[in-house]
Design a protein around this ligand. Sequence first.
Ligand SMILES: NC(=O)c1ccc[n+]([C@@H]2O[C@H](COP(=O)([O-])OP(=O)(O)OC[C@H]3O[C@@H](n4cnc5c(N)ncnc54)[C@H](O)[C@@H]3O)[C@@H](O)[C@H]2O)c1
Length: 320
Amino acid sequence: MPLGTTLITGGAGNLARQLSADLAEAGHRVVLVDLPPSAPDLPFEYHVADISNRERLESILAEVRPDRVIHFASLLSGGSEDNRDLAWRVNADGAFGLFEAALATGVSSIFFPSSVAAYGSPLPETVPPDQPQWPSGLYGVTKACVERLGVYYHRRFGLDFRCLRLPVVVSRFAPPGAASAYASRCFVEAASSGRFTFHVRPETSPSLIYIKDVLRAIRNLLDAPHKQLTQRIYNLQALSPSAGEICRAINDRIPDARLEFDPDAEVTQLIESWPVRFDDSAARTDWGWSPHFELNSLADDFLGELTDGDADGRRLRGTG
Ligand SMILES: NC(=O)c1ccc[n+]([C@@H]2O[C@H](COP(=O)([O-])OP(=O)(O)OC[C@H]3O[C@@H](n4cnc5c(N)ncnc54)[C@H](O)[C@@H]3O)[C@@H](O)[C@H]2O)c1
């Protein structure tokens, strides 16, 4: 008997493919929704749908009857600047359609991953929980917008909306459409080809988090009893190394890797407008959040996975 049904939008993506394996292992029925998959090997029930097609979404929700939805479908930071029309349609209209479809079909719980990009400079060194949000990029604008929508549906209709503002996630499958993908690709490419060029400055240091800590944080927030939650949206802090420090951590472990810097002004400016460090005390107090990985343990674990793990990254799905 499964623990319940979790439907994941953006189900073929980076975070979804790792979280879905974890949830299935823990006994959940997992159902994925995404555009047609580029890899045909996803071992879960899969519905092809454009998230901005509300009618299609509603019919899938009515058929699947999920206990909760994890809403990952999104254009990322780089892709959103490249195609603003599509970014608004997918990220903002798509989320609005999902909230409405959830109401219409009786879905009671939605998890949403917001981002460091929901803030913009100037910011204090440590971002407090009540920091005003003035994102620099359209991706961040859509994230801030969906945060507000989620709180509205919670207050007005009792929807169990839960949200984490995720730092930049270090993961094997980091999609190239994210301006911040360098924080993952440097490890992946150093391990595979022995070369990587950073398109940010050595000093660039947005807040980062390792995939294993992300998966654990999402599951812990989803499992937290209602009465423990003092808010609907939580900041997370894990580590904030500069690109130069990441470079040294890789070279300490792969001395002959050729790592170079060729900063792109636009990418660097966008990433340097994001928070370096969050005050995440509410997450720590309410549901016991604390990261397990800092830079050295991340580099050991990730490079170990990349050099020893099996080809599809199955070992990356561990829980840390
Ligand atoms: N990876 C990170 O560093 C990070 C950090 C903060 C927040 N997030 C958020 O987490 C979520 C997942 O990120 P990810 O790293 O897995 O990205 P990803 O690009 O790998 O996954 C996004 C998925 O959304 C799907 N998608 C795009 N347009 C769609 C549409 N019109 N209809 C249906 N599906 C569509 C894509 O096909 C893709 O599979 C996103 O909402 C992202 O903004 C990620």
